[in-house]
Design a protein around this ligand. Structure first.
Ligand code: HEC
Ligand code: HEC
Length: 342
């Protein structure tokens, strides 16, 4: 009865049933299952600007060097507070348009850092602008390519009031009278990066890193040999905190970058015997002067001991001779700020 060779109808029918069955099992059911993924309650959809930024991200093929997936293993816990899950991709999985599939943003190559939580790690717009123009302006040893075509070089007389001027060191420009202006595309790309942060899970059923969910200290950046390490045997290491959270903007040598990030070396605020302004700046952030960018605060990220350690690191390095701060002072100032905001 199963002699296919003699009955072509049976042959076609059987192979069709096998084909349809396997298709359902391997393609239709998983696709159907995927539709059931819901976004987390705290997640918001992408705005038009962020969506355009996502297109630029795809267009420039940033996925060649950057992942957006925190794997469920301990070495990945530097990139996020928890392992990634399907819901995290809810808003970016949408098709780009009728002709193009959903972009694959997960990536598999980590030549550069994972970007799942980049909005939390690097909130400043100025930093990104300089970094995209030429990464070596802000990260001396970077091997990331520059994207100068996302900027326009204009004569300073042509710069309009609405233009976002990027503080690029003059020696990188073709003409000293030129200014570098950000295009809408690079602003959109940055808006997209600033939307990349892990949403908290509702309740406490968080999946854990294997083998343990204990948060390890970030140890990627190394401390240059010429700085004093101010930490005591028990306290946090101010030099390490500086390298991981402050050096991206203020630079390893504490000298900052003209037009964007002020120098901490020789800063009157850092050398002042009244510690209040410096501690307040680290807690709350700072945007006092037009010639510099914006610094966002670290009150949520660093505890009193860590702020004390990093503040003292600034006070005792690069020729600075400020008096040393205690954790009690930081605690007091933090509490007074809390009272003010109530
Ligand atoms: C050839 C590989 C490569 C490509 C392509 C690349 N990057 Fe990078 N990226 C790196 C490396 C390496 C670093 C780390 C050094 C640095 O900060 O410049 C980095 C750093 C970054 C950072 C800072 C990350 C952090 O944790 O501070 C961001 C943001 C970033 N890249 C975004 C992008 C975007 C967006 C694109 C596409 C327009 C892109 N990169 C293309 C290699 C690359
Ligand atoms: C995203 C970039 C960025 C990061 C990261 C950053 N800062 Fe700043 N910081 C700035 C900018 C910009 C200013 C100046 C703001 C202004 O004056 O408008 C500033 C100002 C300061 C000042 C005042 C210095 C002076 O003389 O004006 C101190 C002190 C300071 N930052 C400490 C820190 C410490 C400590 C960290 C790390 C915990 C840190 N900053 C991380 C951008 C940054």
């Amino acid at each position: 009865m199963f002699n296919f060779h003699q009955d072509h109808k049976k042959l076609v029918l059987t192979s069709f049933i096998v084909f349809a069955g396997l298709s359902t099992l391997i393609a239709v059911m998983p696709a159907y299952h995927m539709q059931e993924t819901k976004p987390l309650p705290a997640m918001q959809g992408l705005t038009e600007q962020e969506k355009n930024g996502l297109h630029i991200y795809v267009q420039e093929n940033c996925v060649a060097c950057h992942t957006q997936q925190v794997r469920n293993i301990e070495m990945d816990n530097t990139w996020g507070e928890r392992p990634s899950m399907p819901s995290d991709y809810y808003f970016s999985k949408k098709r780009l348009d009728v002709w193009r599939q959903s972009p694959s943003l997960l990536g598999s190559e980590r030549t550069g850092p994972d970007l799942t939580n980049i909005a939390k790690r690097q909130p400043g717009k100025e930093w990104h602008l300089m970094h995209f123009y030429n990464p070596r302006i802000v990260v001396e040893e970077s091997i990331m390519p520059g994207y100068p075509w996302l900027f326009e070089e204009k004569n300073e007389k042509e710069v309009a009031e609405t233009d976002v001027v990027v503080p690029i060191p003059a020696q990188l420009l073709k003409d000293q009278h030129n200014k570098v202006v950000a295009t809408q595309n690079v602003l959109d790309l940055i808006a997209y990066l600033q939307s990349l942060k892990q949403a908290p899970l509702p309740g406490n059923g968080a999946p854990e890193f294997i083998p343990s969910a204990k948060k390890k200290e970030i140890t990627t950046a190394s401390t240059p040999a010429d700085v004093t390490v101010t930490a005591t045997a028990t306290g946090p290491d101010g030099a390490k905190i500086y390298m991981n959270t402050c050096a991206a903007c203020h630079q390893r040598d504490g000298k900052g970058l003209a037009g964007a990030f002020p120098s901490l070396a020789g800063s009157t605020i850092v050398n002042d015997n009244n510690h209040e302004t410096q501690i307040k700046i680290i807690l709350q952030g700072y945007d006092a002067r037009a010639e510099y960018g914006v610094m966002t605060g670290f009150a949520d990220q660093l505890n009193d001991e860590e702020i004390t350690a990093v503040a003292n690191h600034e006070r005792t390095n690069w020729g600075n001779k400020g008096s040393v701060i205690t954790a009690e002072e930081v605690k007091k100032i933090r509490e007074s700020l809390k009272k003010l905001s109530q």
